[in-house]
Design a protein around this ligand. Structure first.
Ligand SMILES: NC(=O)C1=CN([C@@H]2O[C@H](COP(=O)(O)OP(=O)(O)OC[C@H]3O[C@@H](n4cnc5c(N)ncnc54)[C@H](OP(=O)(O)O)[C@@H]3O)[C@@H](O)[C@H]2O)[C@H](O)CC1
Ligand SMILES: [K+]
Length: 510
């Protein structure tokens, strides 16, 4: 499913109308009817009053179709036009006239005192927000500037059309004032601001409805940002052939752990096994072997020489790297007290996929120029702090520009970048971006990243196409947290090891 900016959506509209010949009146009719179909299950009783707040543009035009459809179905609807009648133009005006010709009444905000208007809204159970859509520019002006915070204070169920009024639709850093929706029904394509924070919090529960814009129009304009949905996972998750053997599912090498970080290698290795890796070898510093080995029975071990309780050298020969492994994950719990020069050797000598996480990313900064010349794919899995360190920016800057900075980095260094966070983004070396919809605050905990690294490693070995493999790992990792929190686990108490334990039930759904 394509994710677009408001500007892209506008161009898609234009393409559908001017190049394909669909009428805007029809798209608006489709939009209004699809919105109503989507919200009907939310409206409990026909006697509950609904207020539709209508703005000056086409978002307001949708509001007229919605109002007409609800009235036709027998709902009690107050239809509030906020701008003066004569300011409504074009397709919105057409649908306003159709509405009026059906014999329905429009309440004009201009003809009421502000207090009376608010009093009337207070008597409604549901408020439908068709004030402003993708056409908003700059800070809110009157009367929206006053109406929007007042609506937020009423504490009603608010359902926004397309996006909460006042929010920009692109990558947003700060939100001045916007409708705090309970639900948002987005038209045709989710807008980018639905996956940036704090804007996401204004959307409430998000649904997407089809309004009949042809796929061609969407692909012609915007084909670089997508939501990675359950359907995509079902379509791309590897299926094990009955004739397969352990060698068919990849031989993985995990380089992880140190004397003081013995949990990370355990989590990464177990997660890798749980996601179907055929054979896993865990390379750890000799000083950590005993403790780690006592917790893992499925893996084999490769002992590395240590210094300061951390890996000093992996002593992996060229031949071992060439013949023995299909992919490597390096980083969880390796510490930061040595030179990390073994990472440079891996990057130059290993010609297959390498996943770099955690302290591996810390060392990577020293050898970052080798990324461009690597023979195999590189997959980096930073959280915002690790990414900020890699690109010499503040965490705040990263969090405000997650899409643009990750795209820039992935294209510059020719890597797959999985930027963790709410709505993890996977960016390919060519700059395509795939947004993960699963996961919750339970994942904001030490160890959950180590689990994800093992999952990415396992799937990367089982799928030719790396982006689906990486996105599927992120999706299943988030889904594990979602399943746990919807089955009696508080987000506070979910452990990283719980994610590994629940994985069989997660996979059972796909
Ligand atoms: N996606 C589709 O194919 C369809 C989408 N539809 C809906 O159309 C809107 C976008 O419509 P548009 O008319 O472009 O934009 P708005 O409804 O947001 O209105 C823009 C007008 O609002 C005023 N404005 C702009 N910025 C501000 C501000 N900061 N404060 C106050 N007012 C503002 C301005 O009007 P003026 O007269 O005041 O200059 C803008 O012109 C989309 O979101 C969908 O809901 C259609 O249904 C068709 C299909
Ligand atoms: K809106």
């Amino acid at each position: 499913m394509n994710v677009v900016t408001g500007e892209e959506m506008h161009q898609i509209d234009r393409y559908a109308i001017e190049e394909i010949g669909l009428k805007e009146e029809l798209l608006m009719e489709n939009a209004g009817l699809a919105f109503v179909n989507c919200i009907l299950p939310l409206l409990e009783k026909k006697t509950d009053r609904v207020a539709v707040l209508i703005g000056v543009g086409n978002n307001g035009g949708d509001g007229f179709v919605i109002s007409r459809s609800l009235l036709e179905k027998g709902y009690q609807v107050d239809v509030w036009l906020i701008p003066p009648l004569e300011k409504v133009k074009g397709t919105a005006k057409y649908h306003m006239e159709v509405f009026a010709k059906c014999g329905y009444q429009i309440l004009n905000f201009e003809n009421f005192t502000y207090e009376h208007f608010l009093e009337k809204l207070t008597s409604c159970t549901y408020l439908i927000d068709a004030l402003l859509g993708t056409g908003i520019r700059g800070s809110l002006r009157s009367p929206y500037k006053e109406i929007i915070p007042a609506v937020n204070k009423l504490d009603r169920t608010v359902i926004s059309v397309d996006l909460p009024s006042g929010l920009p639709s692109s990558e947003v850093c700060e939100v001045e004032e916007a409708i705090k929706a309970t639900y948002t029904v987005t038209l045709q394509c989710p807008k980018l601001s639905a996956f940036t924070y704090p804007a996401r919090e204004y959307y409430g529960e998000l649904s997407v409805v089809d309004i009949g814009i042809p796929r061609l129009a969407i692909n012609e304009i915007s084909n670089e940002r997508f939501l990675w949905t359950e359907k995509d996972v079902k379509r791309t998750l590897p299926v094990r052939k009955p004739s397969s053997h352990k060698g068919s599912h990849g031989k993985a090498l995990i380089i992880a752990g140190s004397k003081t970080m013995t949990g990370a290698p355990v989590l990464t290795t177990k997660a890798c096994h749980r996601l179907g890796a055929g054979l896993v070898t865990l390379a750890i510093p000799d000083v950590a072997h005993e403790v780690v080995a006592s917790q893992i029975i499925e893996a084999t071990f490769h002992l590395c020489s240590s210094k300061n309780g951390e890996i000093n050298d992996t002593h992996l020969s060229d031949k071992q790297l060439k013949d023995r492994y299909d992919a490597i994950a390096v980083g969880p719990g390796i510490g930061r007290n040595n030179t990390g020069s073994f990472l440079k050797t891996l990057l130059t000598d290993f010609q297959k996929p390498i996943i770099i996480d955690a302290d591996g990313l810390y060392y990577l900064k020293r050898y970052i120029s080798t990324l461009r010349t690597r023979g195999g794919a590189t997959i980096l899995t930073p959280h915002s702090g690790e990414f900020a360190f890699l690109i010499n920016e503040s965490i705040k800057t990263v969090e405000e520009n997650r899409f643009s900075l990750s795209k820039q980095f992935a294209m510059q260094h020719g890597v797959y970048l999985l930027l963790k966070g709410p709505n993890t983004i996977v960016t390919t070396p060519t700059g395509n971006q795939f947004i993960n919809p699963t996961g919750n605050s339970a994942l904001a905990k030490g160890g959950s990243g180590d689990v994800l690294t093992g999952m990415v490693l396992a799937l990367v070995m089982q799928q030719q196409d790396l982006q689906p493999a990486i996105s599927n790992a992120a999706f299943l990792h988030g889904k594990a947290a979602d399943i746990l929190t919807s089955h009696g686990f508080s987000p506070l108490s979910v452990l990283a090891s719980d994610l590994v334990e629940i994985m069989p039930q997660v996979l059972d759904r796909f």
